[in-house]
Design a protein around this ligand. Structure first.
Ligand SMILES: Nc1ncnc2c1ncn2[C@@H]1O[C@H](COP(=O)(O)OP(=O)(O)OP(=O)(O)O)[C@@H](O)[C@H]1O
Ligand SMILES: [Mg+2]
Length: 236
């Protein structure tokens, strides 16, 4: 069966030089997969290239979604095909409330979820629906960023470091939310992490990126048990 997402020999870079040198990864329908790697390995570059961001520039290879190439498609087109991307730094509209932030996503989607169905996954947000994003904690803003992505009712969700800089109890909450979205809403998830514990807690399978190449594809069991592998590529 065709994978839902098939990244095949992806090469990409910036004006300053090439960063990805042939990234190969596949995600099947219903999977929850992590992309791990050190600072500067090229994780965000990979996600942005898949999502059709203005940079990086794609230099070679292909990205197929449900069998169709996404190369050359701008971000709105990629989103329209059912991929929602939460970039690093959880971008919400700071002067809009929780509900208004979600509403913007609903209004821009072709086949959105209903507001209440979205907020059902985020009881914390449902209780602060009039609060402005700028007055929310980092963890609450991350939840809101994921809620905005969910509102578009995507088939694939891409999350770039969803747990970064958050307190342990919020990390656990967001782990639960991501698992819940994957299972209850049947949304396939690919997320970037440096936090190996969080990746182990939620993902079934992991890719390790190093210097712009996928160097390993591992199960959670191997990642947990192979200290040499973790030391070499992740420094933990
Ligand atoms: N906009 C940009 N312009 C030029 N170079 C960039 C740009 N963004 C990233 N890079 C470079 O590309 C390389 C990979 O960066 P990338 O952000 O993809 O890494 P990452 O794995 O996401 O790292 P981190 O864990 O720090 O987020 C780095 O050398 C970085 O300096
Ligand atoms: Mg990054």
């Amino acid at each position: 069966m065709t994978p839902l997402l098939d990244v095949d020999g992806l090469e990409a870079g910036y004006e300053t030089g090439q960063v990805l040198f042939g990234v190969d990864l596949r995600v099947d329908r219903g999977e929850l997969v992590s992309l791990l790697g050190r600072n500067g390995a090229g994780k965000s570059t990979t996600m942005r290239a898949i999502a059709g961001a203005k940079t990086p520039r794609v230099l070679g290879g292909d990205v197929r979604f449900d069998g169709d190439s996404l190369l050359g498609s701008p971000a709105y087109d990629v989103a329209g095909r059912g991929i929602s991307f939460v970039p690093e730094g959880r971008r919400c509209f700071p002067r809009l409330s929780v509900e208004e932030n979600v509403r913007v996503s609903i209004n821009h989607a072709e086949n959105p979820m209903a507001m209440e169905a979205v907020l059902d996954h985020f009881p914390e947000l449902a209780e602060m629906r009039a609060k402005h994003a700028r007055n929310m904690s980092g963890g609450e803003q991350q939840m809101l960023a994921i809620a905005r992505a969910l509102a578009t009712n995507p088939r694939l969700m891409l999350l770039d470091e969803p747990f970064e800089g958050l307190a342990p109890y919020i990390v656990r909450r967001i782990e639960d939310i991501v698992e819940d979205i994957n299972e209850q809403q049947d949304i396939t998830v690919l997320f970037v992490e440096q936090n190996v514990a969080a990746a182990l807690a939620v993902a079934d399978r992991h890719y390790i990126l190093d210097e712009g190449r996928i160097v390993e594809e591992v199960t959670s069991r191997r990642l947990r048990e192979d200290e040499t592998l973790r030391q070499r590529y992740l420094g933990v």
